[in-house]
Design a protein around this ligand. Structure first.
Ligand code: B12
Ligand code: SF4
Ligand code: SF4
Length: 369
């Protein structure tokens, strides 16, 4: 059915999960992802999510890129999109496969099943590590000897009692490449991620303006970030995905910023529907594109930002101000009809760069749970 890895564990295989999830939440490392605070009992304990569960089948689909995943970072007039998002939404692809496999298994075994990918209160990485699919690296992502950092995960909870597999040992050793590669210092300690500093969170989940300190480190990353995954030495064993439904779309490898800056709502939907990028909506995506334009050093892109000073979205107008100030092309004063307090704050900041604006790290972000 196109799964690349499969292994079985027990629902109570990781007794430390409630404590670790609580510590992460108590530290505020989830930022504005309020949905991570909901249903924590069920998230950290599979038996609370479904009291009848006896075994958990963890599955991985190889989504490895077929070239250098960071190549787009060297092209400042283009947008860099995370590998997982350069193609059809894996949620749809994996959910379909899980239903097919789960259904066939349930019929044959006379057992009940529930299938999950990403959005349910399930901690997929530690369960995958307990099953032996791989181990959680110091960047917290599950990596494997065979597929490096590029497995996408899904889970089948079942009432069947299945023989379990052996957990994988941690093979990170003294390596700390992922920790050192992070452009925003998002790891307060190995194995722990402060999402509020992570560009994957900031560009995808965070709703408001991106706090100033992260705008320059963002570079041209317009959706997600792969730096900590891409530098891992275990990727040398990865081979490009065979799953045709997850093949990268050519037009999403490194799209020109000038093209992205012209997307209105309809064009955004037409271009990105069926991909993970649709999640941000047009305004948040344009916010990211404008930051990339500001970081591009390309005066030729200033016209795109100028046009967006009149955009209907204050989020977009605010980032247009920032982009123009970085390119040295900000007009002397805001338009007379600009009254939005956040946009005016960007103008003040741009005109007085020494003045720090209070910018809460924790914005509101939602993912369906
Ligand atoms: C919330 C979330 C995010 C958040 C937070 C990420 C995070 N690390 O938690 C944000 C938006 C930042 C994010 C980013 C990304 N994500 Co994400 N995300 C999730 C989600 C929905 C939940 C993760 C979760 O439960 N976090 C809570 C924390 C507490 O859990 P944890 O990371 O396992 O934390 C462990 C450590 O903190 C450790 N720990 C704590 N204290 C201590 C102490 C010691 C001593 C030790 C040893 C360990 C330890 O124990 C915890 C429990 O195991 C999962 C899907 C799912 N339902 O599981 C996808 C998921 C993790 N994401 C995924 C992907 C692909 C990404 C990105 C690569 C996307 C991108 N390219 O932009 C980045 C990677 C960034 C990174 N380095 O993590 C994949 C990862 C696949 C894999 N092979 O692991 C998942 C599994 C989705 C999927 N179905 O495939 N993601
Ligand atoms: S995804 Fe990027 S920003 Fe987030 S932890 Fe990894 S390297 Fe840092
Ligand atoms: S880069 Fe090094 S420390 Fe990070 S996950 Fe890979 S092996 Fe582990």
């Amino acid at each position: 059915m196109g799964f690349d890895a499969l292994a079985v564990t027990r629902p109570d295989a990781v007794p430390a999960l409630p404590e670790r999830l609580s510590a992460w939440l108590a530290a505020g490392h989830h930022g504005g992802m309020g949905w991570m605070e909901e249903r924590t009992g069920e998230r950290a304990d599979p038996a609370r999510l479904w009291p009848d569960v006896r075994s958990i089948v963890m599955l991985g689909v190889n989504a490895a890129p077929d070239g250098d995943p960071l190549a787009a970072l060297a092209a400042p007039s283009r947008g860099s999109i995370a590998v997982y998002a350069r193609r059809r939404d894996y949620h749809d692809v994996i959910k379909g496969k899980l239903k097919e496999l789960g259904g066939a298994f349930a019929a044959k075994a006379g057992a009940k099943v529930k299938v999950f990918v990403d959005t349910a209160p399930v901690m997929e990485k530690p369960l995958a590590a307990a099953s032996g699919l791989g181990w959680q690296g110091k960047h917290s992502v599950l990596l494997s000897r065979n597929f490096g950092n590029w497995l996408l995960l899904g889970a089948i909870y079942t009432t069947a009692e299945l023989p379990v597999d052996t957990p994988e040992d941690d093979h990170c050793g003294r390596c700390r490449r992922c920790l050192d590669a992070c452009p925003t210092g998002a790891f307060p300690a190995p194995y722990r991620l402060d999402a509020r500093r992570c560009l994957a969170y900031l560009t995808i989940e965070h709703e408001g303006p991106i706090p100033e300190e992260f705008r320059v480190p963002m570079g041209n990353r317009v959706f997600g970030c792969d730096d900590c995954l891409a530098v891992c030495p275990w990727n040398k064993f990865a081979v490009a995905t065979r799953e045709t439904r997850l093949m990268a779309r050519e037009d999403l490898a490194a799209p020109p910023l000038a093209e992205l800056a012209r997307l209105d709502d309809d064009a955004f939907r037409a271009r990105f529907s069926g991909t993970p990028i649709k999640r941000t909506g047009r305004d948040r995506f344009l916010r990211n594109v404008l930051i990339a334009i500001g970081n591009s050093g390309e005066e030729g892109l200033a016209g795109e930002a100028e046009r967006l000073l009149d955009d209907a979205s204050p989020l977009v107008r605010g980032m247009a101000v920032w982009a123009l100030s970085r390119l040295g092309r900000l007009p002397a004063a805001p338009p007379r009809d600009e009254h939005d307090p956040d946009v005016l704050a960007e103008w003040r900041l741009a005109k007085n760069p020494g003045v720090q604006r209070a910018s809460p790290l924790a914005g509101a972000g939602r993912r369906p749970a």
